[in-house]
Design a protein around this ligand. Structure first.
Ligand SMILES: [Ca+2]
Length: 414
């Protein structure tokens, strides 16, 4: 899994904006160097630095936080495999914190002591968290803790979170996996798996209050909450999903998949199946008439169990239909024919991958299932979706032609 993603990352390289800013930084450093030399300073000017982290020795630092504290904008913390039992804060720095061996082998374990990763320093997309499993976060009210965002909490921050697994985090409030708050928050979340996260309130995997969250190629599986088993958006939130799979999430009060209150959400090329919630819909549009704003949901090329009949409107929405809207096109309501494969990592935890059935593979069980209706059901090519090197197939053959719906896996290394 990791190798393919690393390859893709390498080929795509860092974002252009980041290269541009790094270039400016380099120019500024060069100017500083000339000044420093001119003044006879002994300081040795340095460009962007990469520092290493290992909890078994042989690296610059033993903890991720020590490395972050020592880093300046443009620097990288390269974290070697291991389980790091700690919580980290980005401190507003435009740095990359990434693992060398991928999320299965590099785990940040919050030990149920609080939120595992905090972004609360106006970070933008030059602050990058990449290649970790984030687990055992626990958001509870307390002197040193908050009740929202068990795995990751974002307050006025828009970092890039990439190639991570949010596994079994919990919030006493909202957002078991991730809680994103404030109009200034606009994280980019790419290739992230949300598995088994829970919230006593809203959004078992993700809760967004104000601000915009972009989710590309993410998997939400078996997350639980009272409202919005997988995702909740409130009060001006804008939750955009493309090529995401939501499966088996559940809600005890309402909306196993998605709950929206004075918020909007747009879904493209995605799958939403096998959810559990009380009657009223897998997706629920709600309206708080005491607050400004409206609620809207747009679905395009989505395989949605029950079709748009599973999009429910609350009585407040029904009372003001002009403020609650659903737009949909190319909705499928067909069993996606997942081929669940049991994976036994990270840390020996068995869990399931959701590939799409493809009878052209040599697996006899898939030949009986037939081809998943989600294959080639997207609105653009795999290349246009940036997923031409990833796969929905158990044999790892890359997606070609029209993009398949839902989450794509990295192609295993041969
Ligand atoms: Ca395809």
């Amino acid at each position: 899994m990791k190798t393919k993603k690393e390859k893709r990352r390498k080929e795509k390289g860092p974002r252009k904006a980041r290269i541009g800013r790094t270039g400016l930084r380099a120019a500024a450093l060069a100017a500083a160097m000339i000044l420093a030399v001119g003044c006879g300073s002994d300081d040795t000017p340095e460009g962007p630095q990469t520092r290493t982290v290992s909890n078994s020795g042989g690296a610059d630092f033993g903890t991720v936080q020590e490395c972050i504290s020592a880093s300046a904008n443009g620097d990288t913390c390269l974290v070697y495999s291991g389980t790091y039992r700690q919580r980290i804060r980005f401190q507003g720095k435009a740095i990359t914190v990434r693992s060398s061996a991928g999320p299965e082998k590099t785990i940040i374990d919050g030990r149920e002591q609080g939120t595992v990763v905090t972004f609360d320093g106006n970070e933008d997309d030059d602050s990058i968290l990449e290649g970790f499993t984030i687990t055992n976060g626990r958001a509870v009210s307390g002197e040193d803790t908050v009740e929202h965002g068990g795995g990751i909490q974002l307050i006025s921050a828009g970092p890039t979170i990439r190639d991570c697994i949010l596994l079994e985090n919990h919030a006493e409030g909202d957002g078991g996996g991730i809680y994103s708050f404030s109009t200034g928050s606009s994280p980019d979340i790419e290739n992230v798996i949300f598995q088994g996260n829970t919230a006593a309130g809203q959004g078992g995997a993700l809760c967004v209050v104000y601000g915009k969250v972009d989710l590309v190629n993410c998997l939400f599986s078996e997350n639980e909450a009272a409202d919005g088993g997988a995702i909740s958006g409130r009060y001006g939130a804008d939750v955009v999903l493309s090529n995401c799979t939501l499966q088996g999430n559940s809600a005890s009060a309402q909306a196993g998949a998605l709950y929206l209150l004075n918020a909007k959400s747009e879904w493209t090329n995605s799958i939403c199946f096998f959810h559990s919630s009380p009657p009223g819909g897998t997706m629920v549009l709600d309206l708080d008439p005491q607050q400004v704003g409206s609620t809207s949901l747009s679905l395009s090329h989505v395989d949605l169990q029950g079709g748009t009949g599973e999009v429910g409107l609350t009585s407040n929405c029904n009372a003001q239909p002009s403020l609650c809207s659903l737009q949909s096109e190319n909705i499928l309501d067909a069993d996606p024919r997942f081929v669940p494969l049991t994976l036994v990592e990270p840390e020996e935890t068995p869990w399931t991958a959701f590939y799409l059935s493809e009878p052209d593979t040599l697996r006899s069980d898939q030949q009986q299932l037939g081809r998943s209706p989600c294959v080639d059901a997207g609105d653009r090519t795999a290349e246009e979706a940036g997923l031409e090197e990833d796969t929905t197939r158990t044999d790892g053959i890359q997606d070609e032609g029209t993009v398949d719906l839902g989450y794509h896996y990295a192609v295993p290394s041969s």
